[in-house]
Structures are given as C-alpha cells and as structure tokens.
Design a protein around this ligand. Structure first.
Ligand code: FE2
Length: 297
C-alpha cells in the first residue's frame, strides 16, 4: 500500500501558483473513478493549497457531479433560476440560458450571478455551510471574468492585534436575502425567506481538518455583527474586506476552457472580476455539502 501511495504522489504534478494559496494539479483525469489513494493524496494537496486548478478536464456535467461525490454529497441549489434544468446538482454561473441564448445584463439571473463580483464564501448563510466547490470553465471569458481567491488563514494571522481582539469570540450574521439589497434585485418572498433564515457564524473559525484558525466573513451576506450598530458593523466588514483583498493574500485565476478549479470555502473567500456582458461566459459549479456546523476558534 505504501508504494502505491508513493506512486500516486509521483503521478500528481503539483505546481504552486502563488506564495500563500493556489496550485495547479496535473495527472488527474476527472472522468476516471477516484481510487482511495488518489483521493487521499488530492485531499492532502487541497488542504495545503486551498485552491486547486485542474487544466484540460473535458468533463460532462454527469462526470463533474460524479467526481464531486468523491469529496462529499453535492448540494442542490435552492433557486431554480440558477440551477441547471438538466442536472440538478449543477449551479450555473452563466449569462447564457440553459438553451444556449445570451441573456441581457438586466435579466434577474444575470444580475444575481453578477453579485459574485462581491467577495464571499459560498453558502455561508446555511446553518451548515458547504465544504468547498468545483467550478468548470465551459465557455470562458477573454474580457475579464477572472476569479480571485484569498487565503483567510493568512489574512487572520496578519490582522493587527486590535482587530483580532475585535473579531475574537464575535459572530456575524449571514443572510441570503442581504445579497438582494446590493443590486436592486427583487426582494425575497416570505416563503423564500422562511426557507433560508439568517444564521450567526463565528467571525474566527477553526478548520475541522487542518485545525487552523481563519477569518470567516462573507460580505455579500453579512448584514449584522454581534453587539455592533449597523453602521459600525458595515464599516468593520468593509475594513476586513479591504485588508483581505491585498495582493499578498490573493491568487487571481485567468480561466482557460475546461479548467476546473476546486476551492475550500471554509478558509477562503472569492470574487469574480467584471467582463463584457455581450461576451458569453458559462461556468458550471458543483458544491460539496458540509457535514458539521462552523466551529469557533
Ligand atoms: Fe461563489
């Protein structure tokens, strides 16, 4: 068994892409079943680099979902305007509809997808947020549409002591409906609100696998901070975002067709850069359901 594991490590070609996060991984074909040794090797590389880029993965949606299952149960998004009508586990980050038609920039789906230009971590508004996500570049942008990821372990470690004291032991509220106030989207219906009630999450969390502490905010959803007036809370979140977005913490991914990027939502945030709305951009995401509540550091 030991030699088999060594073979796997040799087959995986890992190239770091930034000093603090991101690595390119070659030697994996996502169409093939993931054996336990390869899974473990990948899991270790993922925990070390937080964001993995797998170039040249010519996968179907079904293969994308099957590969995701190696890491956990795929999430089914709760809104059908984003979910694929063909494969329910696929979350469509696209300005092109399911039938291939370009949608106008003011189409509600496009407006909601565009909100990914704000820093966030996926599904933090769930009582048990997701573990991570895998995004497949189906039609990639040439005019922008790059995805930036920030390492929230190193962000937390680098925070000034006074700010660390401010966030220690505090919770922030994560409210799915907050996003809808940021881009004049139709407010959520009472039914939609009831389906996704706001949750309070610790601002400093302990990673269940690595045991490391990280800052845990998701500005697109954060509408309140425990014990703070609304204006102070928004100011604190804005200051934390500005700090976290410094290039020393950020890997920026320029997409090529059939890249698959996999990230850990427990210790990173991400955002997408704007692109020309007349240019087609189709990205398919799977999301790995989390298994435990967020642990405070
Ligand atoms: Fe996202």
């Amino acid at each position: 068994m030991a030699s088999f594991v060594a073979d796997v490590s040799e087959r995986l070609k890992v190239r770091p892409l930034h000093p603090v996060l991101g690595a390119e991984v070659r030697g994996i074909d996502m169409r093939a079943p993931l054996d336990p040794a390869t899974f473990q090797a990948l899991q270790d590389v993922w925990m070390q680099h937080l964001v993995l880029v797998f170039p040249d993965q010519h996968i179907s949606d079904a293969e994308h979902v099957a590969f995701t299952r190696g890491f956990g149960e795929p999430e089914v998004f709760h809104q059908n305007i984003i979910r694929s009508s063909r494969v329910k586990e696929i979350f469509r980050v696209a300005n092109v509809d399911d039938d291939g038609n370009l949608m106008a920039p003011d189409h509600p789906t496009v407006k909601q997808v565009s909100l990914a230009q704000f820093w966030h971590t996926d599904s933090s508004y769930r009582a048990i947020p997701c573990t991570g996500a895998l995004l497949h570049g189906v039609e990639t942008s040439r005019t922008g549409g790059e995805t930036q990821f920030t390492n929230m372990y190193t962000v937390y470690e680098a925070l000034p002591d006074a700010v660390k004291r401010q966030v220690a032991g505090r919770k922030a509220r994560h409210n799915f409906g907050h996003m809808h106030t940021l881009a004049s989207l139709k407010p959520l219906t009472e039914e939609e609100k009831a389906a996704m009630p706001p949750v309070w999450q610790p601002m400093v969390r302990r990673h269940p696998v690595t045991g490391r502490n990280s800052l845990y905010i998701s500005p697109i959803y954060n509408d309140e901070v425990e014990g703070m007036a609304a204006a102070d809370a928004q100011r604190l979140i804005a200051e934390l975002v500005e700090f976290a977005a410094q290039p020393r913490f950020v890997y920026r991914h320029r997409w090529e067709p059939d890249d698959v990027v996999m990230w850990d939502n427990r210790c990173t945030m991400h955002q997408v850069t704007p692109h020309d709305p007349r240019e087609r951009r189709v990205m398919h995401r799977t999301t790995i359901v989390g298994t435990e509540p967020v642990l405070a550091a």
